[in-house]
Design a protein around this ligand. Structure first.
Ligand code: FAD
Ligand code: DLZ
Ligand code: SF4
Length: 509
């Protein structure tokens, strides 16, 4: 019998993975490997590495129980070749294998490495997504603008989620208008389910501590789900206790609450422990049962079948050079407070500290706090990209890069967003209570206590006036600037220059 190798990567932990479906349990051998290359191409957060290794080990056991032969290499195995391709070559020689079946990885880097490997490769589509590459390309073909909203409506039609025949339920495609409530005083949800590490997880935690203990990020306490059963329990817990308010407070941030009503399932979906469609069906059912209102169910389903699918479409449409785009020519170094949270800006300090502790921050923290700051301050988008890829446990390039390079840093020149996501401190003040606890004064527009977001906001707009002043969605901002008196304008720009100089000097602000 001819033996083929079946590659299962750390973010492909799904029983219905296309490579497994194509393979033959009786003759083919599954290859899984914890390798130094994958664990260090950026300095991943220790919780992210531990999550992936623990989930990989448990998935390998589940496959074996299901009758598969699995060759699993642990990171500290002396024979470990150190890379995915190295491990495939080693196993191919051991078994005299005829070739490799692989589901397409989520990063160009690894796709190219597999293609260059001197083994026969059968790379097949990753079918765990709703739209195939071809469907996205067809949708994008000939459009002047690739707006998510139009793509999302097609995904609603395709899945039938929240549809009433060919019409959206309750007559509207998008209920975002209802979803911008500022931070509530009280959050009656205690956050994600926390799982006590079992023996497998403990063994991984010791390994990660030893090998990656110096990376940015706190390893313990480790509370993530590491198998599908646990991930489903977290999903059900969230649907029951938090989904009804998810929509209302989706954009809110709180000084003393890290999770609000967010689902905390991106780690699990992206690694393959949860199926995106199954997740949406559970949410749709909660809506049908009268448990969750339409703005919550629609808002959530849009994130998954809309944004998540759209981001993947963009990554594969735009090609391997996407992560080096930099249309605004930003080149400032990433400030050290992205690594040590040591800044007087409370919103940034809190978001970085939470990222360090949990390997998680929710969407608005990523977009309107750290992302907004990096964009306003003109930080090199590639450095920003590498930071996001390293620090979040849900980060793989296919989803991280379009969010960072595109949505957050506008480095792709407006493919993902029609205008840059920039704001002064006023937005953060409206959506959170961070400013109440800050050393800076959000109401101060100039002077030593002025919120740096207020200063850098205008500096950014003026720096890029030529590019943005004709954007119809930004005209208001320029009109406000033009109405300001000259002495105020001068003070704003000169105070902004002081902030930027301090950043350039490596000082904290
Ligand atoms: P919820 O707020 O509960 O949302 C539900 C689900 O919707 C998420 O689990 C996720 O699967 C999906 N989703 C929501 N927004 C997006 C989006 N913009 N793109 C893709 N999926 C989305 N998400 C990642 O999965 N990986 C990343 O590396 C990543 N990097 C980001 C970087 C920046 C700068 C920004 C602005 C956003 C990024 N996101 C990323 C999107 C989003 O912030 C996370 O998906 C979300 O915070 C995960 O937390 P949650 O599961 O509690 O999400
Ligand atoms: C992120 C990650 C890490 C930290 N380690 C491994 C690993 O040791 N072995 C593995 O198969 N996958 C790992 N991954 C996930 C891969 O980096 C991911 O499959 C690619 O980036 C493609 O999305
Ligand atoms: Fe952030 Fe400015 Fe508010 Fe401070 S005042 S928390 S820096 S927005």
């Amino acid at each position: 019998m001819v033996t083929r190798l079946v590659l299962v990567l750390g973010d492909q932990l799904s029983p219905n993975l296309s490579a497994l479906q194509k393979a033959d349990k009786d003759s083919d051998i599954v290859v899984m490997a914890e390798v130094a290359d994958e664990a260090s191409y950026v300095p991943h957060h220790p919780k992210k590495i531990a999550f992936i290794f623990a989930a990989m080990r448990k998935f390998a056991d589940a496959l074996r129980n299901n009758g598969w032969q699995v060759d699993y290499t642990k990171l500290d195995d002396p024979e470990n070749a150190g890379s995915v391709t190295g491990e495939l070559l080693r196993r191919a020689e051991q078994h005299d294998a005829s070739g490799v079946i692989a589901t397409e990885p989520g990063e160009w880097r690894l796709i190219e490495a597999l293609q260059e490997m001197p083994l026969k490769l059968h790379m097949i589509a990753d079918t765990r997504f709703i739209a195939s590459h071809k469907e996205f390309e067809d949708w994008a073909e000939g459009r002047k603008e690739l707006r998510m909203e139009w793509f999302y409506r097609d995904m609603r039609r395709k899945t039938g989620l929240l549809m009433d025949g060919d019409k959206p339920v309750e007559g509207k495609w998008n209920f975002d208008h209802d979803n911008r409530k500022p931070a509530p005083d009280d959050v009656d949800f205690n956050g994600p389910m926390q799982f006590t590490p079992d023996d497998t997880v403990e063994e991984v935690l010791d390994l990660v501590e030893q090998r990656f203990g110096d990376n940015f990020g706190t390893l313990r306490p480790f509370w993530f789900a590491t198998d599908t059963g646990q991930a489903r329990r977290q999903l059900t817990h969230w649907v029951k206790h938090a989904l009804p308010k998810f929509g209302d407070f989706q954009d809110a941030m709180l000084n003393d609450n890290r999770f609000l009503y967010h689902s905390i399932i991106s780690f699990y979906i992206n690694a393959g422990l949860l199926d995106p469609l199954e997740v949406c069906e559970q949410v749709e059912q909660a809506y049908k049962d009268g448990h969750a209102p339409i703005n919550a169910a629609e808002g959530f389903i849009r994130q998954i079948i809309g944004w998540r699918e759209y981001m993947r479409g963009i990554y594969f449409l735009e090609g391997p050079d996407y992560t080096s785009r930099n249309v605004l020519k930003h080149d400032r170094a990433l400030p050290s407070f992205f690594w040590d949270a040591n800044t007087k800006m409370n919103c940034v300090s809190k978001t970085v500290a939470q990222t360090r502790d949990e390997s998680y921050a929710h969407h608005i923290q990523r977009l309107m706090v750290t992302g907004n700051f990096a964009l306003l301050a003109g930080i090199d988008p590639h450095e920003v990209h590498e930071w996001y890829l390293a620090v979040y446990a849900d980060a793989y390039e296919w989803v991280e890069a379009p969010n960072v390079i595109g949505m957050s840093q506008f480095a792709d020149g407006g493919i993902v967003g029609s205008k840059p996501y920039v704001s002064s401190g006023a937005y953060i003040d409206r959506m959170s209570d961070y400013c109440k606890h800050c050393n800076y004064k959000v109401k101060d527009k100039t002077g030593p206590d002025a919120c740096p977001f207020n200063l850098l906001y205008w500096d950014f707009l003026i720096r890029h006036r030529e590019r943005f002043s004709n954007n119809p969605r930004m005209g208001n901002m320029y009109r406000t600037w033009d109405r300001m008196d000259e002495s105020r304008k001068e003070a704003v720009l000169s105070d902004a220059r002081v902030v930027l100089k301090r950043l350039d000097a490596g000082e904290s602000i």
